[in-house]
Design a protein around this ligand. Sequence first.
Ligand code: UT7
Length: 332
Amino acid sequence: MKEKKYSAIVTGVGMYVPDKVYDNAYMETIVDTTDEWITARTGIKERRILENGATSDLAANAALDLIKAHNINPDEIDLIIVATVTPDMFFPATACLVQNKIGANTAWGYDISAACSGFLFAFQTGCSFVESGQYKKVLVIGADKMSSITDYTDRNTCILFGDAGAAVLIEPSEDKSLGLQDYILRVDGAGEESLYMLGGGSLNPPTHDTVDKKMHYLFQDGKAVFKVAVKGMADVSYELMQKNGLTGDDVAYLVPHQANMRIITATAERMGLGMDKVMVNIDKYGNTTAATIPLCLVEYYRDSKLKKGDKIILSAFGAGYTWGSSLLVWGI
Ligand code: UT7
């Protein structure tokens, strides 16, 4: 990596999940499925659903939780980056709505669309501003209201997703042994065939026909995505370890995108990590897209399981295809 002025470290975390729970017993009442199938095939037990409000509420509540927990003055926030594929509207950007809701009066911001890899892409971008010395406080938020694009008559997808928002604050440090150390990020647009939402954009602007054809719901060829996700996440995480001369013993935690417990296990195996070194909360929240990785970070940090100096590898795979891994040394 290019020589940087500062190291970008995470100095604060926050999260928000709505109260409403759809557990597997409830899913059994709306589609032809069973708790046994969902648990065995995905590891998910329940997911949270936002009944009133939008993605900016998930994101703003996560940011406010961070601001309160770490006693941050919102006026000191320079930049807000929101990773999401379920923005409140095409425009304005969700980051603008969040800026207003949290009273970050001097911040600017924008959204990043990289689906389940959104947080990784946004985190890398936010860190660059800090590493260059340009900004002192960058808020990176992963938030998705997946229930707004989920077809609750499709058992292939509706059992997978949930709603959540989670945020991290990035600040500069003189200590280069802490913070973001390295990353590998990739995209492959050929993946558009297996995971997408066809309707509503400039390709298929909304009409009665697009709505009748359910084109405003996400579609996933689960089997196809599963195969490339296992390979993509495992390969890139292993490559990042090799590149940085790390063995499984050096890594405190893998922080994987929470899409499927079987993908998480396969990635950990390839990295030579026992499951005690893998952050997991898919059972409680399902796949919350851009929120999964920061949600894990918040919970493990608040449970005192994540300590200053821990080397952690964040890894994700999602629509695009987009995927990647980041090596981060925890800074608080
Ligand atoms: O986060 C972004 C990236 N996304 C991912 O990483 C997700 C990757 N894919 C997956 O996680 C898995 O493919 C799924 C969990 C989506 C599906 O698991 P699978 O083991 O790949 O199942 P499948 O799609 O091959 O389906 C196996 C069977 C099918 O029945 P038949 O055709 O064999 O008779 C499905 O119809 O399971 C059936 N099935 C269900 N049965 C009960 C599909 N969904 C359900 C369900 N309940 N909810």
